[in-house]
Design a protein around this ligand. Structure first.
Ligand SMILES: [Zn+2]
Ligand SMILES: [Zn+2]
Length: 136
């Protein structure tokens, strides 16, 4: 019990608090980047619904009308790319899971293996070239 108390006290140094704050900030950056993507996804969803209603109207007026689905295809591809972007490591394209996820200080997600490589080299985020975790 006494050892635990000592450990807790040791863990709460200014440097460690600063490091935790840095990690929390990185998490928020990542959250806002993802939120922007999902807002865009939601916009695509709205566009699709609107186009769907328009197509229903066309078919109601003329059941044999030729429907151009190029727009739908484009919307789906863009949505798919957005989802994929948030689920893959931008370096090795491995799926990011809760076991291998790393959130650098800039908020760009990367997998554990690629982060280890980056730490061995220039310690810079492959997405934005900002330094990873400072001196941690
Ligand atoms: Zn990777
Ligand atoms: Zn970055």
């Amino acid at each position: 019990m006494a050892t635990n108390t000592t450990n807790t006290t040791t863990a709460l140094t200014t440097a460690n608090v600063k490091r935790l704050e840095q990690k929390a900030k990185a998490g928020w950056k990542c959250f806002f980047m993802m939120r922007d993507d999902y807002c865009e996804l939601n916009e695509h969803y709205g566009n699709l619904l609107q186009r769907n209603r328009a197509m229903v109207q066309i078919l109601k007026a003329n059941p044999t009308a030729d429907i151009d689905i190029t727009f739908l295809k484009t919307q789906f591809i863009e949505m798919y790319d957005m989802i994929k972007k948030n689920s893959e490591c931008p370096v090795c394209f491995e799926t990011i899971t809760k076991e291998n996820i790393e959130v650098p200080s800039c908020g760009h997600l990367i997998c554990k293996g690629c982060k280890e490589n980056v730490m061995k080299n220039d310690k810079k985020c492959p997405c934005c070239r900002k330094v990873f975790y400072g001196n941690v």
